[in-house]
Design a protein around this ligand. Sequence first.
Ligand SMILES: CCCCCCCCCCCCC/C=C/[C@@H](O)[C@H](COP(=O)(O)O)NC(=O)CCCCCCCCCCCCCCC
Ligand SMILES: Nc1ncnc2c1ncn2[C@@H]1O[C@H](COP(=O)(O)OP(=O)(O)O)[C@@H](O)[C@H]1O
Ligand SMILES: [Ca+2]
Length: 550
Amino acid sequence: MERPGRLLQLSELRVRNTAYEVSLSRSLLTWKKRVSSSVYHTFKPSLCHSVAVSEIISVREEEENSSKDDGSWRKIRERQERDCRRAFTVSYVERGRNHRWRCAEVSFICPDASLCQRWVHSILEQLAALSCRPKHLLVYINPHGGKKQGNRIYEQKVAPLFAQAGVTTQVIVTEYANHARDHLRTDAELKQFDGVVCVGGDGMFSEILHGLIWRMQLDSAVNPNSPEEALQPCSLRIGIIPAGSTDCICFATVGTNDPVTSALHIIVGDSQPMDVCSVHHNDSFLKYSVSLLGYGFFGDVLSDSERKRWMGPARYDLSGLKMFLTHHYYEGTVSYLPAKGIMGTPRDSGRCRSGCVVCEYNGEAFTQKGEKYKLDESFDTESDDEWRTVRGKFLAINAASMSCACPRTPKGLSPAAHLADGTTDLILVRKCSRFDFLRHLIRHTSKDDQFDLAFVEVHRVSRFRFVPRQCQSDSDLNLPEAHKRQIFGPLCRDHPACGCSPHYSSWNCDGEVLNHTAIDVRVHCQLIKLFARGIEEMTVLEEVTSPCAI
Ligand SMILES: CCCCCCCCCCCCC/C=C/[C@@H](O)[C@H](COP(=O)(O)O)NC(=O)CCCCCCCCCCCCCCC
Ligand SMILES: Nc1ncnc2c1ncn2[C@@H]1O[C@H](COP(=O)(O)OP(=O)(O)O)[C@@H](O)[C@H]1O
Ligand SMILES: [Ca+2]
């Protein structure tokens, strides 16, 4: 734990009816109850609490005593009422189970009003010095995401916390799909904001991502249609209040899908850089992706589930079962550029966690200002002989730029993938039996390694391309036509004579269906930042939460 440093305040104050020694340094607020022993004074850990200043939400002088154990004895009540006028309450982050954060409160009763004001002033001064905290946010709410609770979640759980922390907002409830994206691209006056918040699922996040990146490139005269251009990083951080169906981006960056936890990460001004993949078809831009780009199984599950939106999040399970039974495979060529000079592999046992050294090491190498790559031979530019090619029949081709952990698979599609290492994990699942594919799927939910199967391979790459087999002669295939043919696929795939092959899938790009199958994907290291800090290790949790160890 951080050393307290020079004390800014040190007083004996009361919490309820117990005296505590309360101290404030630049980094810590600590309150300790003195316990006399026969030999020396000690502090029992349970009687010593400590909160990082960076995790204080707010401080306020209290008009009324909020303590509830005042009994009914008139004299005690009268005395407490006098005391109330000299109390101040600190709200701070408290860690719960499964990476959840809550807002806890403690009220300190001061012997006189001026001491109370000095305390409040000192704490406010420390909070004001935290330059990473957002003051004014632009909030977009998708009222139709997930279980259609976006409005309620924001109004009941998030807005009161923002108000308490003194964060002001401009709130826009979207009226149609791509409303938020288009508003960010052209209309929003971004200079006045310290961040953008989306209330919704991965699809809503994708809108914010596209709006912000596009705007940034236009403002910096970068051509987003060129797959070769290095993109301009976004200066505004993005916050996600989960109110969608999968909420994988929130889960994989915070460790839980909980609106209050996300709101608190926004308030304390956390910052988590993230890789973004650009997806192009020839020289035209298609989409950006931060989590899953999936062709075959996950593409089909998504396309099928779009027709079942009315079912809410359960649509994915039903479409998942249907697509599992349908058992489509797809032919094509995957070419990829293995990531070079980086730390880490997709089979590592280590995980990307808060303060990840792999992301730091690789990120520094990739993001040297004004250079494409570090001037290191291992970061040589992409030459043709470094590309590798795999041809075959695939049940699924997945690129996971982060673990893609979510409640359906708490360890993720690629458990060792990193949020900000400049790479994506390319997972190729070749044609196999239904039984084997089920084994692979089930392993996403257990400790067993989903890559340790003969028909699965995984590569950590910085770029890849896919061309479906028939596209090699007709590279601009459009999907409606492909889907027409696919209708007959399940009946006829094993009878080439009927002429209904080939089969095309579509790409699932962070939950959006792409309208091209032949794509060129490039990872842009740490292009955006989220109001998050990555998933905290348990050891970090134990160190930071009160009670403090002395
Ligand atoms: C048999 C158990 C199999 C469990 C397999 C779990 C794999 C789940 C991988 C999830 C990856 C999630 C990546 C994130 C994608 C999201 O961007 C995206 C959009 O999210 P949004 O709606 O919030 O905007 N979500 C999705 O594309 C949803 C993918 C969900 C796929 C669920 C698949 C369920 C498979 C069920 C197979 C059942 C076989 C049963 C056989 C008896
Ligand atoms: N007001 C709106 N009406 C209809 N669709 C919207 C609206 N706002 C956003 N969308 C779209 O809804 C889709 C799903 O949103 P999302 O918040 O990700 O929910 P879910 O996780 O349930 O898919 C996204 O593609 C988004 O562009
Ligand atoms: Ca990555």
